[in-house]
Design a protein around this ligand. Structure first.
Ligand code: GN1
Ligand code: MG
Length: 365
């Protein structure tokens, strides 16, 4: 057993005797380990090193997570839920200062209770999409009355105006000499054509007609745990939990889950928006979220569906023009292919707008 890791675990106020520590999962951002304890009546744990490059303010990340998990725990307790440690993550405080992380020479670490007999899913079908919609809607619903103001763990993360400014700035500088490419110019025309419309969330936010709420901001199906009977247990991966328009959680799930192919598939004729996934997810989401959503939020769900592929197209193109600094690339055109894929997804979504609106209206009847 790695004595350094054991020593780190020892800085937390956990229960039991550590018997094994080994790598867990295949996350790309944080390093994750499973910590087993010898006693059958003590929980096992998950030890994680937080990626300090992606999250500059780890203290803020953990304060957000503390506020969110405590609030959900309180709600579940009031509802008389049993098995609460399976329904919301429980982080273990450090022995010294009681914070939910420790800082060592090797970085920032946290320890949470491992949820036994639970699974995550990669692939999406209508059933798991409906469950995911319900779970993410429920997550927002439970946090609708959280009494504290959360911090923005990645500044302007889903701010469309900011993402366009970033793009326009790199065009001026053209550090990779790629702006002149004809395909880039064509894509820029498609982007600029929609720029004004796509920034409407920020405008409504400024006018005070659209609220920010506590959102998850990384709503992928593999960020929730299911039990062996396929029931959702809880939402995980809470680092990006922050105030945002609800469009973030709704739109980014569909961007990733409802694309017929992966976001970097180079065969553009295969990129297609799956309405079966859209319908199932929307049904689940509205079932749990319609109690608190404002009409302006519901009306704009089709806009949210378009916004995230659009934003991701802008972000991938920005990185392509910057010389591929943010996303890892397997080949020179990789970021352009990703951007183009997202643009095609957007085109497919635009065709389905009327059907989406009709479907949402039907869910509310
Ligand atoms: C990044 O790599 P992953 O899945 O954690 C990005 C998301 C993008 C996604 C696109 C912190 O997420 O916003 O949608 O790539 N996360 C960050 O693949 O930038
Ligand atoms: Mg993740």
């Amino acid at each position: 057993m790695d004595s350094k890791l054991t020593a780190i675990v020892g800085q937390f106020a956990y229960e039991g005797t550590v018997s094994e520590i080994k790598p867990l999962g295949e996350g790309l951002i944080n390093d994750t380990y499973k910590v087993k304890t010898a006693e059958p009546d003590k929980p096992d744990y998950v030890l994680q090193r937080v990626n300090h490059n992606v999250f500059p303010d780890v203290d803020m990340v953990m304060r957000n997570i503390d506020a969110v998990t405590s609030h959900i725990r309180k709600k579940l307790t009031e509802q008389g839920t049993t098995d609460i440690d399976r329904k919301v993550l429980r982080f273990i405080p450090a022995k010294g200062d009681g914070k939910l992380y420790v800082k060592t020479d090797s970085g920032y670490w946290r320890l949470m209770v491992f949820i036994d007999d639970a699974i995550t899913k990669q692939a999406v079908n209508p059933e798991s999409s409906r469950a995911a919609g319900k779970a993410f809607g429920n997550f927002q619903a439970m946090l609708a009355d959280i009494p504290v103001q959360l911090g923005e763990t990645i500044k302007d993360f889903h701010n469309m105006e900011f993402r366009l400014e970033q793009l326009r700035d790199v065009i001026k500088r053209d550090p990779a000499g790629r702006v002149k490419e004809e395909r880039v110019q064509k894509m820029l025309a498609e982007i600029e054509k929609r720029a004004d419309e796509m920034c409407k969330a920020e405008r409504m936010g400024r006018e005070g007609t659209l609220p920010k709420r506590v959102c998850h901001c990384d709503t992928k199906v593999n960020n929730m745990m299911f039990d062996k009977q396929d029931n959702v247990l809880c939402v995980i991966d809470l680092d990006t939990v922050m105030p945002n328009f609800i469009f973030s959680d709704y739109g980014d799930f569909l961007r990733t889950a409802a694309n017929e192919v992966a976001e970097d598939c180079p065969e553009m004729d295969k990129v297609k928006f799956r309405m079966d996934i859209f319908k199932a997810f929307t049904e689940g989401y509205l079932e749990s979220a319609k109690s608190f959503l404002l009409p302006v939020e519901i009306e704009n769900l089709p806009y949210a569906t378009a916004l995230f592929p659009y934003m991701q197209c802008v972000r991938f193109l920005w990185d392509y023009l910057s010389g591929d600094k943010y996303w890892k690339c397997q080949y020179p055109d990789h970021n352009f292919v990703r951007a183009n894929n997202q643009l095609h997804l957007l085109l497919s979504i635009e065709k389905s707008y009327p059907e989406m609106q009709a479907f949402i209206a039907g869910c509310l009847r």
